[in-house]
Design a protein around this ligand. Structure first.
Ligand code: GCB
Length: 602
């Protein structure tokens, strides 16, 4: 029997003392690096009472019995025995892999062993695509870092902790909800816990390319069809004088840049005859970035996105966003999605509906999904979980939201299909909220000027079927978007009487509308939960939307029924939000065809 050891000072990493934190800034495009996957079977121990964390005197024994280990100092070791523990698949949520954990919110410890042969002078980074919600990470018993936020990647330099031969990683994962967290305690989706995205060891040289950006510098094009393209690169170290080479063979771009004192370099080049990425022609160029022995390959598209008054322009041409909202759930039952196949199925359904756009709600989805949408010619709205009632005055909450926003942008900034960063969803108005959100909007803009900023606002309804959008955040966003539930939460059968006053000279997106229906339940059009009710609601809504001045797109709620603990109606909801156009098993409801028909005419 092998004993796995984690040191206590690390277990209580938050409680002071010397903690080794090996976190390094996010490494971009991990799929193109030299990696070893740690996906697969991980042993797990459910720690309902959090003994491992709080009570270092308790020593777990075989079969779940505990005895007092009497440590002399807080730094003494706690021993975990995973030999008898069951295993689950990583990436994956625990809720759908062990039926006892379906509703579980708390701490689970994970462990995986692996063979490792350190490679001379190179560094090794331990990368997690996402862990929901909070992770403490240990390598061979040493604490290497802590991360908060369930939908963004993070990585640690674990070179010093790894050794020749057998090694192990232990994670404490905690998905308890908190009022000051992002998202907060209340949200309308399943709080899937666990290591929900890929785990990789990344082999890098001591100096490596941390991130890079390749994009059109502006909307400019000269008479000869030449466009300015900017390449920026950042190394992990400020090693001035290093040279990085960029190649885009199809555009005959070959450029060497020299790294400055900040570890960065940037250059603007002229590129001829650039085919722009668009839903009709999702053209991607093969790109190679080289630093010494390291070659990073990517596929990058070029496009412009801008607004002119109430118009949205893609590559200079007005576009109507025919969208649908999507949660990150497997298409045909199951839990969190995390693969190109899952993404492909969901996005194919969106395509069948006639979509050129998806709102990936309400948090950054996995990188496979964004990349697959890009290959399929689907524009993306990407969002952070600043949802409903956030603790606006808490500075840690702000830092957390800003970090999630930064990590979302750093991960996907080379994706041509991502056109909108959304900073929030349905947030009740207050001066504190305005301050928080305007700061976030400015932050997003400081990181990325090549995309639009938006957020899902709420429309304020006045009497006599008059609807008015009034939100102080209008000046911080490029696109005014709002959710409305006419025909479901309010004004059933009154869509035709509605008028809309959106007093801003900006494009408008209806970021949600819809209503629930149980697949296979039929009846009259005024009978809630039937497919006919939902079908009629869509008919009335699309007719109403046609009258909204400046409407530049919509992403109805939602592609597929998704799990939510708030949806308890027995026999109808059964813990599913039923507003999908597809059932949780992938069956089409009648409303699908109404939206499809409307999109055909757009
Ligand atoms: C909303 C929320 C979304 C919910 C939806 C609903 O406004 O943005 O997260 O799931 O309504 O079904 O009520």
């Amino acid at each position: 029997m092998k004993r796995l050891i984690t040191s206590l000072c690390c277990l209580c990493g938050l409680a002071g003392g010397t903690v080794v934190a090996n976190e390094v800034p996010q490494v971009a495009n991990v799929m193109a690096r030299r990696t070893t996957s740690l996906n697969g079977a991980w042993n797990y121990i459910v720690d309902v009472q959090e003994e491992g964390y709080y009570d270092y005197r308790m020593k777990p024994m075989r079969g779940g019995f505990f005895m007092n280990a009497k440590p002399q100092r807080p730094e003494d070791l706690i021993e975990y025995d995973f030999d008898l523990a069951p295993a689950m698949q990583v990436p994956g949520d625990w809720n759908t892999q062990d039926e006892r954990l379906f509703f579980y919110e708390g701490t689970v410890w994970f462990k995986r062993s692996f063979e490792w042969h350190p490679n001379g002078t190179n560094r090794t980074l331990l990368y997690f695509g996402a862990v929901n919600y909070e992770a403490h990470v240990y390598v061979n018993g040493k604490f290497v870092g802590h991360h908060v936020g369930g939908f963004t990647p993070f990585n640690f330099d674990v070179t010093e902790q790894l050794k020749e031969g057998e090694n192990f990683v232990i994670l404490k994962v905690d998905n308890k909800r908190h009022a000051e967290a992002v998202p907060t305690q209340i949200f309308d989706w399943w709080n899937y816990g666990g290591i929900t995205r890929d785990v990789l060891l990344i082999d890098v040289a001591p100096t490596y390319v941390e991130n890079y950006r390749l994009r059109l510098a502006s909307t400019e094009i000269d008479k000869r069809g030449t466009r300015p393209v900017t390449f920026s690169v950042k190394l992990n170290k400020a090693e001035a004088g290093q040279q990085v080479t960029l190649d885009v063979p199809e555009l005959k771009l070959h450029q060497v840049v020299t790294i400055d004192n900040e570890g960065a370099a940037s250059v603007t080049m002229k590129a001829k005859k650039v085919q722009l990425w668009s839903p009709e022609n999702p053209k991607l160029y093969q790109v190679e970035i080289r630093l010494g022995e390291e070659v990073i390959k990517d596929e990058i598209g070029f496009r412009t996105i801008e607004t002119r008054g109430k118009q949205l322009l893609l590559n200079g041409q007005p576009i109507f966003l025919k969208g649908i909202s999507i949660h990150e759930e497997k298409p045909n039952g199951g839990g969190r999605a995390n693969s190109t196949d899952d993404a492909h199925t969901l996005l194919s359904w969106a395509k069948e509906l006639g979509c050129n756009f998806v709102r990936l709600a309400h948090y950054p989805h996995n990188e496979y999904a964004v990349r697959e949408a890009e290959r399929m010619g689907i524009l993306v709205w990407s969002e952070i979980p600043v949802y409903w009632t956030i603790a606006w005055t808490n500075s840690d909450t702000y830092k957390n939201a800003e970090r999630q926003l930064t990590d979302m942008i750093l991960r996907d900034q080379n994706r041509a299909n991502v056109i909108i960063w959304s900073i929030a969803n349905e947030t009740p108005h207050s001066p504190e909220r305005d301050q928080f959100l305007s700061r976030l909007a400015k932050h997003a803009r400081s990181l990325d000027t090549s995309r639009l900023i938006s957020m899902a606002m709420e429309v304020t309804s006045a009497s006599n079927f008059k609807n008015r959008l009034q939100d102080n955040m209008h000046e911080y966003v490029d696109v005014v978007s709002f959710n409305q539930y006419i025909g479901w939460y309010r004004d059933v059968n009154d869509a035709a009487k509605m008028s809309w006053d959106i007093p801003y000279d900006k494009p408008v997106i209806i970021s949600e509308f819809g209503g629930g229906a149980k697949y296979g339940l039929h009846g009259e059009k005024n009978q809630r939960w039937t497919e006919e009710f939902q079908e009629n609601l869509y008919r009335e809504n699309v007719a109403m939307l046609d009258k909204i001045d400046g409407l530049a797109g919509t992403s109805p709620w939602i592609l597929k029924d998704f799990r939510s603990p708030r949806r308890v109606l027995n026999g109808v909801q059964d813990y599913y939000n039923r507003k999908g156009l597809f059932s949780d098993r992938g069956e089409k409801k009648k409303a699908f065809y109404v939206l499809k028909e409307w999109y055909k005419q757009k």
